[in-house]
Design a protein around this ligand. Structure first.
Ligand code: ZN
Length: 580
């Protein structure tokens, strides 16, 4: 459930829960200075300047105190003051310097209000619920450092996060979702399942795929490349560095300098840069030959690796990284082809999602803000054609979408696909971005039916998006239990004793020659241990080999989903795996 800023019942409840937290903190640690304490999307927080560091035990104690204060049934009362009275009051409470700074930040002429419950008074705009007794179903969740007013030149305060709901069921459901999210965290699973590693010696934000992670990546790459070939794409390979001038032409340098790596400058003055995007390389490939209207749409694709500088505080596993590979392509087309080409792209996206078993997603159409046209590239006719074409494309396919005016890039409208994972969290995975600008910047042309030169429209699109991010998403969505076609190890063969090894190796060989990713567990461990281990590794199939299986030329099959399937001839198993 989302709270509606600024005045939904849930907003008020959580805002009051934040005040309750501050009151509890002051009763337990009276010399604490208060910062700010707003409600947020899934709860609330309050920032404090404690005189000594807070521990997890302190947190439990504070939560208990909150319950105790709530039960006092204090009325929450608003009162207004003059600016001078407010200052005196804050100083009398000893809430300097932060609350004074907040007071000073209130614009001249605006009402200054406080909220009071019992002895506790806080400078606050409100609104709040009426009595502390209403705050019953809450939980303090975590501690974090937070710079005062989000500025790293300021003091680091202690932020306490919590959440609150109107009913115990809603609270428990939310806590359950948080717990699930922790279990599914791709950084944790990535380590446990041996998918990837990040080493400070290589550098932060630079994940390395281990054999199992690299297998998933390769399977995804092969899948998308094949689908794109079917969809009429031509793949190219271009270098990951380029002359800096390429990005001066595109206009990204110096405007996006902060997210690029610094140029490498050579003795002769040549400047090379790690590419932040693949587009210019593809534009030059387009330009390498004369193009006619008959050649369009021309679809140039590449699994292109790019480098972007992200602040170290923002890096996270596979999801926020400093180097990633995009399932990128640029389609060059005539304006009248926009609708069909966008539909063509949507179909490709749908193919990808069907294969990944993603069914809960929606389309967001980012359009120009019609009241603010000077913010966008000046080509009214093109904007109107393109926006209408995008709407028609979606309408004809009968797809629901949300149109958001003002969200378009300055060079064209775009279509994003938002996917909900199994915990209901939304991820922007695929995009289809129209571009009316780069063809001008790079002087790209095609010869029209009229024999004259025309500018093509360009579509930048990526159904998978970044492979790193997609893998992070898939790990969390599947909780590491990849479907058969993506599972790095599809079948593990487990001989019960050494005398079963030869037959196990034979089974393994048969599976491999039939194209399955299979392994033999040769370790001298008990059968129970091995089964438990491969369960934690979420391997789709385990084949147990004992005397009975060896004599009957059978395999005893345990499926991750269906449990014990009993013994069967290997041919029967292969048939079953094929169908999956
Ligand atoms: Zn591009």
């Amino acid at each position: 459930m989302k709270y509606d800023y600024p005045d939904s019942p849930l907003y008020r409840l959580r805002h009051s829960a934040a005040h309750l937290l501050a009151q509890a903190v002051l009763e337990l640690h009276p010399d604490t200075k208060l910062g700010v304490g707003p409600p947020i999307e899934n709860g609330f927080y309050y920032d404090f300047d404690f005189s000594k560091p807070l521990t997890e035990e302190d947190l439990a104690q504070i939560e208990q105190k909150m319950h105790e204060i709530a039960q006092r049934g204090l009325d929450i009362v608003r009162f207004e003051t003059s600016r001078a009275e407010a200052r005196t009051l804050i100083e009398k409470m000893g809430q300097v310097p932060y609350k004074i700074e907040l007071l000073d930040a209130i614009p001249e002429g605006e009402t200054i209000s406080f909220y009071q419950q019992g002895d506790f008074v806080d400078l606050c705009r409100g609104p709040h619920i009426e009595n502390t007794r209403e705050v019953q179903h809450f939980k303090l969740l975590s501690l974090a450092g937070a710079y005062w007013r989000g500025d790293e030149r300021n003091k680091m305060l202690t932020r306490i996060y919590g959440t609150a709901f109107f009913t115990q069921e809603e609270l428990e459901e939310h806590l359950h979702r948080l717990e699930e999210a922790r279990k599914r965290d791709h950084r944790k699973l990535g380590r446990e399942l041996g998918l990837f590693m990040i080493s400070p010696e290589v550098g932060s934000g630079l994940p390395m795929l281990l054999p199992k992670g690299a297998t998933i990546r390769r399977v995804l790459e092969e899948f998308i490349l094949d689908e794109e070939v079917k969809a009429g794409y031509q793949h190219v390979r271009t270098p990951e560095i380029a002359n800096l001038n390429l990005y001066r032409t595109s206009g990204h340098y110096p405007y996006y300098k902060d997210s690029m790596y610094p140029p490498m400058v050579f003795e002769d003055g040549e400047e090379l840069i790690l590419r932040p995007m693949n587009c210019p390389h593809h534009f030059l490939i387009y330009k390498s030959e004369p193009r006619s209207y008959r050649d369009l749409p021309l679809r140039i694709g590449e699994l292109g690796t790019v480098y972007r500088y992200e602040k170290s505080g923002e890096l996270s596993g596979l999801i926020r990284v400093r180097c990633f590979t995009i399932n990128d392509a640029h389609v060059f087309l005539r304006p009248e082809q926009i609708k069909t080409e966008v539909q063509h792209n949507i179909e490709l996206i749908q193919t990808v999602y069907r294969r990944l078993n993603l069914h809960d997603f929606w389309y967001r159409l980012s359009l120009r803000d019609p009241s603010n046209k000077e913010k966008y590239i000046d080509d009214d006719a093109m904007w109107e054609t393109a926006e209408q074409a995008l709407r028609d494309a979606l309408d004809e396919l009968g797809l629901d979408y949300v149109a958001v005016p003002g969200e378009a890039a300055f060079y064209g409208p775009k279509l994003d696909v938002e996917v909900r994972d199994c915990l209901g969290r939304e991820w922007t995975i695929s995009t289809v971005q129209l571009d009316f600008l780069m063809a001008h910047r790079f002087d790209l042309e095609y010869t029209g039916e009229d024999g004259k030169p025309h500018r093509p429209v360009i579509i930048h699109r990526a159904p998978i998006g970044s492979f790193e991010r997609m893998m992070g998403f898939l790990i969390e969505h599947y909780a590491g239990a990849f479907p058969m076609w993506l599972a790095p190890v599809q079948v593990v063969v487990i001989p019960i004793a050494d005398r079963h090894m030869d037959y196990a190796l034979k089974v393994h060989e048969t599976l491999r020659t039939h194209g399955f990713r299979a392994e033999v567990d040769k370790r001298r461990e008990t059968l129970g241990y091995k089964i438990r281990y491969h369960q934690t590794q979420k391997v789709p199939y385990m084949l147990i080999i004992g005397d009975k299986e060896m004599e009957g030329e059978l395999v005893a099959v345990r499926s991750r989903e269906a449990g014990d399937l009993g013994a069967m001839p290997i041919t029967q198993l292969i048939e079953r795996l094929r169908n999956e």
